[in-house]
Design a protein around this ligand. Structure first.
Ligand code: ADE
Length: 222
């Protein structure tokens, strides 16, 4: 799979995505991540990408020309072009799974007061938000989406089943509580059932815990 991230701050994504599981998947070629600096698609000496909004108002708006030129360059017949913006649909695990089946994903990072409406309408296949808050730019949001997608690619986690049982995996249930050594930490003991060796009972207990957690923390998922 190839993921292109179009941003004014590609080094933000580079730092985040070079570490740990995603960094390894990138190095091993499980994903090809292409960080694109939108300023490379400007033609003036100052590499201007934005301008003041028509009609007045605060902030700056991304001009259409660099976005059109950039996407003309990057788009392939299979590509899905996604704008990261707080006005987009909420990103969720189901969307991550859908993206993980694509061969080419292009994430476009929004900026300050937004992007020129003509670029939004003509170039974007969909728009996504990572939550109801406003970040300074879309680079962190694009990194979040890339992380959630790449870890689902075959081989990325080293063990293909390990993303199945987790929260937002195949069932809309949160994860069960986990314990490791020591058995007794300052008087707090690991539940006896987990020490019993009875796999059937452990599985039942874990499912109960998942339901209880989901009811108390995220009833909206049920
Ligand atoms: N850009 C700024 N804020 C954002 C958000 N919440 N989601 C996606 N992109 C953004």
């Amino acid at each position: 799979m190839q993921i292109d991230i179009v941003s004014l701050f590609p080094s933000i994504c580079k730092g985040v995505l070079s570490e740990s599981v995603i960094g390894r998947a990138w190095k091993e070629g499980i994903v090809k991540i292409n960080l694109v600096d939108l300023r490379d698609y400007t033609h003036d000496a100052r590499k201007t990408v934005d301008d003041t909004p028509y009609g007045g108002g605060a902030g700056m708006v991304l001009r259409p020309e660099p976005l059109f030129e950039c996407l003309q360059d990057l788009r392939t017949p299979d590509a899905r072009v996604v704008l990261m913006t707080p006005q987009g649909k909420p990103f969720c695990q189901q969307t991550a799974r859908r993206f993980a089946t694509l061969s080419h994903l292009i994430l476009v990072c929004g900026h300050y007061e937004g992007i020129d409406e003509r670029a939004r309408q003509c170039l974007m296949d969909e728009e996504l938000s990572i939550g109801d808050y406003v970040l300074t730019n879309g680079a962190i949001a694009a990194s979040v989406v890339t992380d959630a997608v790449v870890r689902l690619l075959p081989g990325a986690l080293g063990n293909d089943v390990s993303s199945d049982e987790e929260s937002f995996g195949n069932e809309p249930l949160l994860e069960y509580p986990q314990f490791t050594r020591p058995v007794d930490y300052k008087g707090m003991r690991v539940p006896e059932i987990l020490l019993s060796g009875n796999h059937q009972e452990i599985a039942t207990w874990r499912l109960e815990q998942r339901v209880l957690r989901t009811v108390s923390r995220r009833p909206d998922l049920l």
